[in-house]
Design a binder for this molecule. Structure first.
Ligand code: ATP
Length: 357
């Protein structure tokens, strides 16, 4: 395993994306004072999880974000990625290249990623445990650090050897176990306190429990009584409901019969209405006929009157004729008498004529 590449952007003096390739072996970075050499090792410490702004030579963590120069405006985010060659699987992850990324925004929000996936700082620390690489390890030795090692006390030097010998992981786990143990002990103390408090409360609680039991007993009795009442009420109500249902059924029958009657009456009404209409029409027709007959009678009366007049006239004529007839009869008699007398007078003449012939 070795450091393959470092990508820095927006971190301290590296405002633009800067990619540093590290070959196997030794890579030396040279540059004038203040050109940013230490910023590179700061970037490595930072991406491995350094939390102390002082260690990163700043006042607060935000100071690692490019703060701007005369010619460049400040940026809102610092991002550093460390790419390790893991072909030999030194890191316990099944990738031959492992990319560790840390981001920090001016809002204070920060992110850690392993191969592009969000993760916790702890995941990164566990990944590098026992590799000798880490923010506290001695793989990164800053300015003045060599003097510090040489002048350190034997106890501090022990840390260096522990780190180098690979028992760092166990130390971390031991520290975590001790922290957990400590927490558990504190929890135990709290639980004992609570137990003591609860024991003090037992007496009054027993009295309250007795009261509660009595209350429950009474409550159950009350409930039984209420249930009994309820059952009676339900029985009464059921009987009433049955009676009401019977009544309803009778009323429904009556309604049905009334509806049938109503239906019949309606039908009859309908028939009567139709008949009445027919009668009205007939009356109308009869009236029309009556009018016609009236007119006819009127006409007949007038013709009767005319005929009566005619009859009168004829009667008068008959009377006149009768009188004339009587007159003529009389004259006839006279004439017949005349004829007879003439015949009597002509008879001798005729005999004479006959004789003459
Ligand atoms: P020396 O050889 O003296 O140790 P160096 O090459 O290690 O110097 P660094 O200390 O890495 O240089 O870089 C310091 C430079 O980084 C300074 O010019 C400083 O202005 C710049 N710098 C540090 N933090 C920021 C920041 N947040 N924004 C912009 N520039 C920064």
């Amino acid at each position: 395993m070795y450091l393959k590449r470092l990508e820095i952007q927006g971190f301290k003096s590296f405002v633009d994306k800067t990619v540093l390739e590290f070959d196997k072996g030794i890579t030396a970075i040279v540059g004038p004072n203040g050109s940013g050499k230490s910023n590179i090792s700061d970037a490595v410490k930072w991406v491995l999880g350094e939390q102390s702004p002082k260690t990163l030579r700043g006042g607060k963590m935000e100071d690692v974000i490019f703060a701007g120069t005369e010619n460049r405006r400040p940026v809102g985010m610092a991002e550093v990625s460390l790419i390790m060659d893991n072909s030999d699987r030194t890191l316990n992850i099944d990738y031959s290249e492992v990319k560790i990324t840390r981001r920090l925004y001016r809002s204070g929000e920060s992110e850690y990623l392993i191969n592009g996936s969000l993760c916790r700082l702890k995941d990164i620390q566990l990944l590098f445990a026992d590799t000798g690489i880490g923010k506290d390890g001695f793989s990164i030795i800053g300015q003045g650090k060599v003097d510090e090692i040489l002048n350190s006390k034997s106890n501090d030097r022990r840390g260096i050897f522990e780190d180098a010998s690979g028992i760092m992981k166990y130390r971390m786990r031991k520290e975590e176990s001790e922290r957990k143990l400590n927490n558990t002990e504190q929890n135990l103390v709290r639980i004992n306190d609570i137990l003591g408090e609860l024991e003090r409360q037992i007496g009054p609680l027993e009295k309250q429990a007795e009261k509660a039991r009595k209350y429950l007993t009474l409550k159950y009795e009350l409930r039984d009584i209420e249930v009994g009442d309820l059952v009676d009420t339900i029985k009464d109500s059921s009987a009433k409901i049955e009676e009401a249902e019977r009544n309803i059924s009778i009323v429904e029958d009556q309604i049905r019969q009334t509806e049938e009657k109503l239906e019949n009456v309606k039908r009859e009404n309908q028939e009567k209405t139709e008949k009445s209409k027919a009668l009205e029409e007939q009356i109308f027709r009869e009236r029309e006929k009556g009018h016609e007959i009236g007119n006819l009678i009127e006409r007949i009366n007038s013709s009767i009157r005319i005929n009566e007049n005619n009859i009168n006239t004829l009667k008068q004529a008959v009377e006149r004729n009768d009188m004339e007839f009587a007159e003529l009869s009389k004259r006839n008699v006279v004439l017949q008498n005349d004829v007879s007398s003439v015949e009597q007078r002509i008879a001798p003449t005729e005999e004479q004529l006959e004789e003459a012939r």
